[in-house]
Ligand binder design. Structure first.
Ligand SMILES: [Mg+2]
Length: 187
């Protein structure tokens, strides 16, 4: 069966918005970042990546609990679950396993398997995953350079990533049609 993996943060749900809400509370800074700078918005708090990691680990439970799926995401995932093997593939630290599972349950998001892994290319190879849906530029570049199809969830910070093997999706309601194109069958 065709096997699809779906990322969580900034793919299935708006994590940047949830982070900014929590980090504003933590710092007292009232940040509303512009699109162009969305990926490294933590620099607006005067943080480097290490400081961001500390704040993320501190606030992660609130961030991941109080975040919302993108429009149509839940409906589309339910549709895919009926037709395909579906794995949630997230690079979140294991620390957030419980809150992640509870959040998925809260929003009634079905899946066959879930993995917390940063090395997504290796996981897709070893688990026979046909297609990853993810927003991260570095995964898109890695997958396409190694000859694998990739579905990139459009974000301001990944718009410069283009390749024949990268299928860009702007909205969740377009995902079903693009998957059908990817593996050449009607759904
Ligand atoms: Mg992501």
């Amino acid at each position: 069966m065709y096997h699809i993996a779906i990322d969580l943060d900034n793919t299935l749900l708006d994590t940047s918005k949830a982070c900014i809400t929590q980090f504003n509370k933590l710092t007292g800074i009232d940040l509303f970042p512009t699109d162009e700078n969305y990926y490294r918005y933590y620099e607006f708090y005067g943080w480097n990546e290490e400081m961001y990691e500390v704040a993320y680990k501190q606030m992660g439970n609130e961030i991941h609990w109080e975040s919302d799926p993108y429009p149509y995401a839940v409906e589309v995932v339910k549709h895919l679950f009926q037709r395909y093997q579906l794995t949630i593939l997230t690079a979140r630290p294991d620390l957030f396993y419980d809150v992640t599972l509870k959040w998925l349950q809260l929003h009634d998001i079905p899946f066959h398997d879930i993995m917390f892994e940063r090395e997504k290319f290796r996981i897709c190879e070893s688990h026979n995953i046909d297609l990853l849906i993810d927003d991260a530029p570095h995964y898109a570049e890695e997958f396409s350079s190694k000859g694998r199809k990739f579905m990139i969830m459009d974000q301001p910070y990944n718009r410069n990533i283009n390749h024949d093997l990268i299928h860009r999706v702007n909205e969740w309601k377009d995902v079903i049609g693009i998957i059908a194109e990817c593996h050449g069958t009607r759904v």
